[in-house]
Design a protein around this ligand. Structure first.
Ligand code: FAD
Length: 473
């Protein structure tokens, strides 16, 4: 396990060597692009915020008590909770493109409990994590109600569907054990499942009634005026190009600098581009599509009678949700629906046009589970960047000699709830009032290091192609 406190010498050397190569060699320039490498292909969620205009970039050097890098759930939730606790402090948020440009505006929309990997945790920790994420979902809906945000969400439960009879039986037993602990999940056998969501090739499913689906781009973008009212300064189109650490940290953008007493890395899958956590997480691209809206009669015809969404039990996890206005959103489900690009590239060049085979495969997987939906037109296709850690636990904590560089990253496929909770966690950590988060398996924890390139890329390709498997997200 590597300590998040120290960037290793070899990591630094590798980073500097690749930067130098990128600057000097004409071919290398294409392989190692020197730009921040953040694309902006648009999701259904973003399309449902048509009036949103990105704010102005940072043009002059300023100072701040807290500077947050990244305008996704992590950055916005940190700005929200921190500025409520410390109304007198100057809080600045810098976003490279627009708020919700990253995974928070491009995900599958599932508002889930748990971590991406719950394997090996004690019953007490399992209960604690369920209660924490459940409280997180309630906190999100409270914020929506408190500020009367016109965010589309539903909370009528999601399913984990089992495509193998033995795994279904094991899930049945686990669900009963969870119920005894007071976790209200419920096993649905194939007959019962058919009445709710008629998925083909599925033996049974576990229903979590406290989960749902949300439009994350609406949540983030409708919170912008609330944050501004709370005094947060938001600069969009302002990529941070470098961080100089010290008692006062300096963030460099193209036109100016921010001198801050504390900084939050809320950059998830993009964090390596800033020179941090190279060996802790890698960006994985996931392709998603949304159908045209189905009427209620169409939903009944294809067998989607109730439920906000489902995911399956396979390594290349398929995930799908149904919006309140009837769009099916679907991603994953095959090797082709995920991609790792050499040297941690964080934009998927040309997507969705460059990933036609991937999208065709995703559509096939959706049609396998819900054959009746095959004739529904696809309205929108996009690709988003996940931040994957080897044990699929996020990393939340503080680092640096001056203990002033905070981070919350690496949520894998479970960040919609957790990245919103991250704002509470980081605010408590800053305040020293962090008892409720201590010992959680993502809080101030060492991480399992991932090998550098080219072994990382080769390892990913070999493992996924030869075995058809990957760690579940
Ligand atoms: C396709 C896909 C499907 C998913 N589905 C689900 C799901 O159904 N349920 C679930 O729970 N989770 C899901 N996730 C995961 C979840 O969306 C993420 O974990 C979560 O959104 C992470 O939020 P974040 O704010 O940490 O990161 P992001 O939303 O990625 O935000 C990071 C922001 O930082 C900005 N940035 C990066 N570098 C810089 C820089 N140098 N300077 C300034 N700004 C910078 C980026 O532009 C971006 O806006 C999915 C993710 C993807 C990609």
């Amino acid at each position: 396990m590597a300590s998040p406190q120290a960037k290793s010498r070899s990591e630094k050397a590798l980073f500097q060597a690749t930067r130098l190569a990128a600057k000097t060699h004409p071919i290398a320039k294409h392989i190692f692009p020197e730009t921040l490498d953040i694309d902006d292909n648009h999701s259904l969620w973003v399309q449902q915020t048509p009036d949103y205009q990105p704010g102005e970039p940072l043009r002059e050097t300023i100072s701040a008590d807290l500077a947050i890098i990244g305008g996704g759930f992590t950055g916005v939730s940190t700005a929200y909770h921190f500025s409520r606790r410390y109304p007198e402090k100057r809080v600045v948020l810098l976003e490279a493109k627009t708020l919700a440009n990253g995974a928070s505006g491009r995900n599958g929309g599932m508002l889930l409990n748990w971590l991406a990997n719950m394997y090996g945790l004690s019953p007490e920790m399992t209960l604690r994590i369920y209660q924490m994420t459940h409280a997180g979902i309630e906190m999100i809906t409270d914020i929506i109600r408190r500020h009367q945000l016109p965010v589309s969400y539903r909370l009528d439960g999601t399913l984990t569907a089992y495509t193998d009879s033995r795994r279904a039986e094991a899930a049945h037993q686990e669900a009963e054990a969870h119920q005894q602990m007071g976790i209200p999940v419920q096993y649905l056998d194939a007959k019962r499942l058919k009445q709710e969501l008629d998925l083909q090739g599925v033996y049974g499913a576990v229903l979590d009634p406290n989960s749902g689906q949300i439009n994350g781009a609406q949540l983030i973008r409708f919170l912008r005026p609330v944050l501004q009212e709370q005094g947060v300064e938001i600069y969009e189109q302002s990529p941070v190009l470098g961080i100089q650490e010290g008692a006062i940290l300096t963030l460099r953008t193209a036109q100016a600098e921010v001198k801050a007493k504390a900084v939050v890395l809320a950059t998830n899958g993009y964090t390596g581009k800033l020179g941090y956590f190279h060996d802790a997480l890698f960006p994985l691209h996931s392709h998603v599509f949304a159908t045209a809206p189905l009427t209620e009669a169409d939903q009944a015809r294809i067998g989607w009678r109730r439920m906000a969404g489902y995911s399956d039990d396979l390594d290349r996890i398929a995930y799908s949700s149904l919006t309140r206005d009837g769009h099916i959103v679907f991603g994953g489900g095959s090797n082709q629906s995920y991609a790792y690009l050499f040297r941690n590239r964080t934009s998927y060049p040309g997507s969705p046009h460059s990933a036609q085979k991937s999208f065709a495969k995703i559509e096939q997987t959706n049609n396998r589970y819900l054959p009746g939906s095959a004739s529904t037109p696809i309205m929108c296709r996009w690709t988003g960047t996940l931040g994957i850690t080897l044990n699929r636990h996020p990393l939340i904590g503080v680092r640096g000699e001056n203990r002033n560089l905070f981070y919350a990253i690496g949520y894998c496929g479970h960040g919609v709830t957790l990245a919103n909770v991250a704002g509470q966690i980081l605010t408590d950590l800053y305040s020293g009032d962090d008892e409720r988060w201590r010992e959680l398996p993502f809080y101030q924890m060492p991480y399992v290091p991932i090998p550098p390139e080219p072994f990382r890329w080769m390892g990913y390709q070999l493992f996924t192609r030869l075995t058809g498997r990957s760690p579940r997200m």
